[in-house]
Design a binder for this molecule. Structure first.
Ligand SMILES: Cc1ncc(COP(=O)(O)O)c(C=O)c1O
Length: 377
């Protein structure tokens, strides 16, 4: 059996006619610049997230970059974030001239550990940027409390968490601003590059709108130095077709996660869902000290896997300048050597999950007892 890491073709077949008709209509109308589909999708996505405004941009990276600008984070400022994330989270902070300050993660959710934040706050700190990694929300309550106490902005990186919830509220609507990616493998993915800024703050919304379009509020009236970072009409068509399916696709991911939970051996660390969270399993990430061997074994049996992410950002060559003397992040550094992402997408079948579980079990049963114990927290 061959099981790909994601299979976009299967999902496309279920929405193909609607996508092609929508694209055809958009092309017939030739309203390609912030047209009716972009505007409609912005309204629909804002409503979905429970926020007042949504501003379509070119990618998740652009959403993060422009949100930081809209929150007036810039040269010489510090932004508290995590190192266990995709590179773009930190890249966006550096792009505005600010310095990323890394805090360690919680070993159960792999997200920002709120207890680590306060000691990193200085007179230069302007914002906290938690990431809802793998589709599980960060523990936003204590993060928002600290932000209020120190007058900091909270920018959520919700690029992997479309539809995830913290205490019943959707991610992206919890902080001052939320950033989404619609990269094609995401729970809500375009067929090209796309992203969204979500906020209920009218000032952040107004600035973000200008920044994505060369800083203009009307043609050739430039108030800010912005970028060409607009959401494209064709991607908005695709996303409008997909959004009504998102909850059902997320539910399917959740039931596949339950099947993995039941079928995988207990000697592995499996994903947790905190009592205050709704996990949407963008990625299904397990942990074992034998990660590389397990990965090779699964590959030999036709099961594709991924690593999200094998090198923490503070140890990346490009971030050498941000390391500082206190750059040791023990939990981040430990888990990044042990994490393995198993296939996870709504079209995965129960038989395929069962095959993956059998392959993993065969592997763990062939390993000595010691390596099974090492992984226990
Ligand atoms: C956590 C996280 N942040 C930011 C991004 C950047 O999004 P994009 O690839 O759309 O620029 C991604 C997407 O890969 C992501 O997973």
């Amino acid at each position: 059996m061959f099981i790909p890491f994601v299979d976009l073709k299967k999902q496309y077949q279920t929405i193909r006619a609607e996508v092609l008709a929508g694209i055809g209509e958009a092309l017939d109308g030739m309203q390609l610049f912030l047209g009716q589909n972009v505007q409609a999708f912005e309204a629909e996505f804002a409503r979905y997230c429970g926020a007042e405004f949504a501003i379509g941009v070119g990618s998740g990276t652009e959403a993060l970059h422009l949100s930081l600008r809209a929150c007036e984070v810039g040269q010489g400022d510090e932004v508290i974030t995590v190192s266990n994330t995709f590179f773009a989270t930190v890249e966006a902070i550096a792009l505005v001239g600010a310095r990323p300050v890394f805090v360690d993660i919680d070993p159960e959710t792999y997200n920002m550990a709120p207890s680590q934040i306060e000691s990193k706050i200085t007179s230069k700190t302007r914002a906290i940027l938690p990431v809802h990694l793998y589709g599980h929300p960060a523990d936003m309550g204590p993060i928002l409390e600290l932000a209020r106490a120190y007058n900091l902005k909270v920018i959520e990186d919700a690029c992997q968490a479309h539809g995830a919830e913290y205490q019943g509220c959707r991610t992206g609507s919890l902080g001052d601003v939320g950033c989404f990616s619609f990269y094609f493998t995401k729970n809500l993915g375009a067929y090209g590059e796309a992203g969204m800024i979500v906020t209920s703050d009218p000032d952040i919304a107004r600035k973000s709108k200008m920044l994505r379009d060369h800083g203009q509020d009307a043609k050739y009236r430039h108030h800010l130095l912005g970028v060409n970072g607009r959401l494209d009409e064709i991607q908005a068509v695709v996303l409008r077709v997909k959004l009504p399916h998102l909850d059902e696709w997320n539910e399917r991911r959740r039931s596949l996660a339950q099947a993995y939970e039941a079928g995988l051996p207990s000697s592995l660390v499996k994903p947790q869902e905190m009592p205050w969270a709704k996990h949407v399993y963008h990625l299904y990430v397990i942990r074992t000290p034998d990660r590389d061997q397990l990965r090779a074994c699964l590959e030999a049996k036709g099961v594709a896997t991924g690593m999200h992410y094998p090198i923490p950002i503070h140890l990346q060559e490009a971030c050498r300048g941000y390391r500082g003397s206190d750059a040791f992040l023990p939990i981040t550094e430990k888990v990044t050597g042990e994490i393995l992402s198993l296939p996870m997408y709504p079209e995965l079948t129960a038989e395929e999950v069962s095959y993956v579980c059998d392959c993993v079990r065969e592997f763990t049963e062939s390993r000595p007892e010691t390596s099974k114990l090492e992984v226990r927290r």
